[in-house]
Design a protein around this ligand. Structure first.
Ligand SMILES: N[C@@H](CCC(=O)N[C@@H](CS)C(=O)NCC(=O)O)C(=O)O
Length: 199
């Protein structure tokens, strides 16, 4: 049984590495950077036609897209704990993961290729990010975690989008429930260990 994770920790791969640590998964790591020309070779494009990281190869099953990878790995290894088993709670985990990629990530991501666009968007991007943070703050007011009573893949995926380097660019004082929840997520031993390992 071999799991290989492709991607530099200074990319969306970090959230996959965090998930692997939460799950205690042994894995090989190929830390390809986002701008590594290797991502555009025919060999890598066979793994991910988008030429992007993260990608995993789980015993011959190749999967790209950070959220899909994390949902897959947690469902495979932690149904009933990190991955909610009950269909409605499972749907809530998908809901928050998809929402974060659609409504937060475009406005907080700092990919080099998008820098000129973000420079142009300026205040508009900030306003959109804050609109997303308001939604999250309302959902987390009076709740410790996004789905049910425990930390789940929903928290990991959304907190992965709001990584410390991205959150540092936001004014979280206006969103105290998000700020406190992010602190809880990143205080988890697996998050601390992963960040320390690659920090
Ligand atoms: N939606 C994808 C985004 C993947 C992505 O854009 N990855 C970046 C690094 S964080 C990348 O590989 N960029 C290189 C490129 O697209 O050429 C995911 O969540 O995995």
């Amino acid at each position: 049984m071999t799991l290989t994770i492709y991607g530099s920790p200074r990319s969306r791969t970090m959230r996959v590495l965090w998930a692997a640590a939460e799950l205690g998964l042994d894995h090989d790591h190929m830390p390809l950077a986002a701008d590594d020309p290797a991502l555009k070779t025919p060999e890598f494009l066979r793994l991910n036609p988008a030429g992007a990281i993260p990608v995993i190869d789980d015993d011959g099953f190749v999967l790209a897209e950070s959220m899909a990878i994390i949902l897959y790995l947690t469902r495979k290894h932690a149904t009933g704990t990190l991955y909610p088993a009950e269909p409605r709670a499972e749907a809530e985990a998908w809901r928050w993961s998809l929402w974060a990629q659609g409504h937060i990530e475009p406005w907080v991501q700092r990919d080099r290729a998008m820098a000129p666009l973000h420079a142009t968007l300026g205040a508009f991007a900030r306003a959109r990010a804050e609109a997303g943070l308001s939604v999250l703050d309302r959902a987390l007011t009076g709740a410790e975690w996004l789905v049910g009573e425990r930390f789940t893949v929903a928290d990991l995926n959304v907190a992965g989008v709001l990584s410390p380097s991205r959150a540092a660019t936001l004014d979280l004082a206006r969103f105290p429930s998000v700020r406190d929840w992010l602190a809880r997520c990143y205080a988890r031993p697996a998050a601390v260990a992963t960040r320390r390992r690659f920090g």
